[in-house]
Ligand binder design. Structure first.
Ligand code: GLN
Length: 192
């Protein structure tokens, strides 16, 4: 396979930064705003933002079911923060549209109002020896992870990065840091 064409869902949120991280690694990117933009993409990134808004727009634009089907057929997908929420099977504290392809239970805004945002460093052995910088913004945590999903990183004993086959999800925003290891890992999942 040549360079993968990575779609970045561009309905709302921090999509430009993801596209820039992927482009820096030499992959082609495409902003996905409507169903036809998904034609010919090899993978998809669902950015951070507001998961309720993004879910509603996916339904309104008729993209939720087609995207779920593509992922179920094996298309690699990476969701960060709101993107992670949209991927989960169950959202503890909300009944909102979602893709539900990741066998995990998520709690939105899990760090509470007082610690709205913070930056830390996480050990993710699969990404290399040195810890990776991670920015958390009104971030979720996974309170339950099914047997098919592998936890890649934790904060306070709770999962904040997981991989399940072709699905990668993080509670944090690697696209807001200069460290591209997470995006590189995702491109490897895309066969690059
Ligand atoms: N709190 C947001 C939500 O629930 C996610 C925040 C983010 O993506 N930075 O959708």
């Amino acid at each position: 396979m040549g360079k993968p064409c990575v779609g970045v869902l561009a309905l709302q949120g921090a999509f430009r930064e993801h596209a820039a991280s992927v482009a820096r690694l030499g992959a082609e990117t495409r902003e996905v705003r409507q169903l036809k933009d998904m034609d010919g993409i090899d993978a998809m990134i669902i950015p951070g933002g507001e998961s309720t808004t993004m879910g509603k727009l996916l339904v309104e634009w008729g993209m939720l079911d087609p995207l779920r089907q593509r992922i179920e057929k094996g298309m690699p997908v990476y969701g960060s923060c709101a993107g992670l929420i949209l991927l989960c099977r169950e959202i503890e504290n909300s009944d909102q549209p979602r893709l539900g392809v990741l066998d995990a239970v998520v709690r939105r805004n899990a760090f509470g109002r007082q610690v709205d945002s913070f930056e830390t460093e996480l050990d993710i052995p699969e990404l290399g020896q040195s810890p990776i910088p991670a920015v958390f913004i009104r971030a979720p945590v996974l309170t339950g992870v099914g047997p098919r999903a592998r936890v890649l990183a934790q904060v306070n004993g709770q999962a904040v990065a997981v991989r399940q086959d072709n699905v990668l999800a993080t509670s944090f925003h690697p696209e807001l840091t200069p460290d591209t290891r997470l995006h590189r890992y995702f491109l490897e999942m895309c066969g690059n």
